[in-house]
Ligand binder design. Structure first.
Ligand SMILES: NC(=O)C1=CN([C@@H]2O[C@H](COP(=O)(O)OP(=O)(O)OC[C@H]3O[C@@H](n4cnc5c(N)ncnc54)[C@H](O)[C@@H]3O)[C@@H](O)[C@H]2O)C=CC1
Ligand SMILES: O=C([O-])CC(=O)C(=O)O
Length: 329
């Protein structure tokens, strides 16, 4: 091991996503096959023993890149020196709930964690919020961390992005590897808008290849936007391995960059682009270079897309008002 280990803090380490995530971080999928990691696991006190069990299993894998594991129930300890923070720990929704129903329950978790990041994390900290409602939880954590550049707080819409890639590949009989420039706009919720108008399949415009507006409006968009609920219905528990996979993808792209000619979707603080009010944490098409992301500019937004982006952004605005009302930001 020649490189300095990177400190990766994972909250909710004993949960279902944690169990699917930690082994992939420790085996090099998050940061790269040559980057050693120190894992810092944050859990609530009653779940510490379960987290210890997971740590024992991590030991038993003898991962060459896993330099150390520390477990704590104190955010000030778990975020100390963190370079990457994956905020997963939160209550998941169950059947019949919308993610927004979790605002009050989960909002209280993200304020103290934001403060602990502010006070203890490394200067280059990158934060991904997975716990739902992810966009607004990211806003809460960010508001509690005024000394950390706002753009370091991001929310996960990569699972939605991956779901959209898969559905589009199936419909068109293509490979996901041939699809580029797909975008998830807005909130990680049922109002999100998966946009294929700028996407390409093997170099051809995806909307033209599909050429089926009814499928787009009545099948593709609702299938992607409501996939989380469909998984809960089928599995009796919310998505875990696919969520962990998307978290790996999100951070890997943030650190290592997007491929030439392609972009990805990330929930990031709006700079006002595309009419999204400044400061809202909304999903955008982004390219990443040298560890920094930029919103893809200059895309023409047709009326079909505009209405849907506006609806999701309206929901984000209402969530921001709700957490203001709760004193969380
Ligand atoms: N953004 C996205 O695309 C997705 C988000 N999610 C969300 O991820 C979150 C976690 O899901 P699961 O792992 O399935 O839930 P889980 O219930 O299996 O695990 C959550 C873990 O968080 C821990 N936890 C609770 N409060 C904590 C705190 N203050 N500090 C540290 N840990 C704490 C719990 O003890 C538990 O071990 C949920 O909010 C879920 O809705 C899930 C799938 C996709
Ligand atoms: O739907 C949920 O509650 C879990 C989640 O965010 C997803 O699978 O997209």
């Amino acid at each position: 091991m020649t490189r300095t280990p990177v400190n990766v803090t994972v909250t909710g380490a004993a949960g279902q996503i944690g169990y699917a995530l930690l082994f992939r971080i420790a085996s090099g999928h998050l940061l790269g096959a040559d980057v050693p990691v120190n894992l810092r696991l944050l859990e609530i006190t009653p779940a510490l023993k379960a987290a210890e069990g997971t740590a024992m299993e991590l030991d038993d894998c003898a991962f060459p890149l896993l330099n150390s594991i520390e477990i704590s129930d104190d955010p000030n300890v778990a975020f100390d020196g963190a370079n990457v923070a994956l905020l997963v720990g939160a209550r998941p929704r169950t059947k019949g709930m919308e993610r927004g129903d979790l605002l009050e329950a989960n909002g209280g978790i993200f304020k103290p964690q934001g403060k602990a990041i502010n006070d203890h994390a490394a200067d280059d900290i990158k934060v991904l919020v997975v716990g739902n409602p992810a966009n607004t939880n990211a806003l809460i954590a960010q508001a509690a961390a005024p000394d950390v550049p706002a753009e370091r707080f991001t929310a996960m819409t990569r699972l939605d992005h991956n779901r959209a890639l898969s559905q589009l590949a199936k419909k068109t009989g293509s490979s996901v590897a041939d699809i580029k420039r797909l975008t998830i706009w807005g909130n990680h919720s049922a109002t999100q808008y998966p946009d294929i108008f700028h996407a390409e399949i093997a170099g051809k415009n995806a909307a033209e290849v599909v050429n089926d507006q009814a499928w787009l409006a009545d099948t593709f968009i609702p299938t992607v936007a409501k996939r989380g609920a469909a998984i809960i219905e089928a599995r009796g528990a919310s998505s875990a391995a696919s969520a962990a996979n998307a978290a790996i993808d999100h951070v890997h792209t943030w650190v290592n960059g997007t491929a030439e000619g392609d972009w990805t979707s990330m929930g990031i603080p709006s700079d006002g682009s595309y009419g999204v009010p400044e400061g809202l944490i909304s999903s955008f098409p982004v390219t990443v270079k040298d560890g920094a992301y930029s919103i893809v500019q200059g895309l023409e937004i047709n009326e079909f897309s505009r209405t849907r982006i506006d609806a999701s952004v309206q929901e984000l605005t209402e969530e921001r008002e709700a957490v203001r009302g709760l004193g969380l930001i």
